[in-house]
Write a protein that binds this ligand. Structure first.
Ligand code: PAF
Length: 276
């Protein structure tokens, strides 16, 4: 496994890799969710590149860029065991050299849901993913369903700008109580961690009602909010039942529907979703 810090070196080594090349972009602090992407990418491709880069442009002012969990030594040990060919571990100036002022933006999809709560977030995500696609030129790139809107936006970028890249979205990996795995879960105190299970309970309630025949999206949103309000540590940012193609809120929850929510537990903002 080669650990590469320079973009020019990555481009040079990439030429020697047997194709197809799979790419798993990450911000590190790897958990089983990331490793499920790495394993699928390993199975699907002849070479595998993983990037670890806490991308400053996708964090807004006052967000957790400085405190975002980082553990490169542990990440590299985990990746070594997974048969990764190249780990790309750039500095911020390697990705954004002085004077860098060009950004990628998916106009409509980026403004809804997470984009409404975190202005500029998806511009940062789209830009770094485009930089990685340019450097690695993967045949397939892997993302988690946990960040559903991100996966939808990146699929749109690939369709518009990188037709050679197939975007693969893999299921959310969950803890025993249903809690979606996320690097940010490490911020939670034991009480907050217990409280955070309410996100999946709310999503599960929506699925249960929908399976019993509840088709009104506003009723599903109302029921999810009611579940969340029972948890004193939870502060709801949004609950949504949206069309996964446009991310517009639905009136009638017909399949496929993306049921998603963002909730603050203490100081930690968590997101999760299911597809109906
Ligand atoms: O999902 C993430 O970890 C990040 O948003 C990504 C896709 C690696 C871009 O920085």
């Amino acid at each position: 496994m080669r650990v590469v810090e320079k973009a020019a070196e990555l481009e040079r080594l990439r030429l020697e890799l047997p194709v197809p090349v799979g790419l798993v972009p990450t911000m590190g602090c790897l958990h089983e969710g990331h490793l499920s992407l790495v394993r699928q990418a390993r199975d699907d491709n002849n070479s595998l590149v993983i990037s670890i880069f806490v991308n400053p442009t996708q964090f807004g002012p006052g967000e957790d860029y400085a405190s975002y969990p980082r553990d490169e030594a542990r990440d590299l040990t985990l990746l070594e065991k997974e048969g990764v060919d190249i780990v790309f571990l750039p500095s911020a100036t390697e990705i954004y050299p002085p004077g860098f002022d060009s950004y990628v933006e998916v106009a409509g999809l980026s403004r809804r849901l997470e984009g409404a709560s975190r202005p500029g977030h998806f511009r940062g995500v789209a830009t770094v993913v485009a930089r990685l696609f340019d450097l690695v030129r993967p045949g397939k790139a892997y993302f988690g369903q946990k960040d559903a809107q991100q996966a939808i936006i990146i699929s749109s970028i690939a369709a518009d700008l990188y037709p050679g890249v197939e975007v693969i979205t893999l299921p959310t990996v969950r803890e025993a109580d249903g809690m979606a795995m996320s690097s940010r879960n490490s911020y939670l105190s034991p009480d907050e961690r217990r409280a955070a299970a309410v996100l999946y309970r709310a999503l599960s309630r929506a699925r249960e009602l929908w399976q019993e025949g509840e088709g009104s999206a506003s009723n599903l949103r109302w029921e999810m909010t009611a579940v969340l309000r029972k948890e004193p540590l939870a502060v709801v940012d949004y609950v949504s039942v949206a069309d996964p193609a446009t991310l517009e809120e639905m009136e009638t929850a017909s399949s496929p529907a993306l049921v998603s929510l963002a909730v603050k537990i203490g100081a930690t903002r968590l997101i999760d979703n299911i597809l109906l």
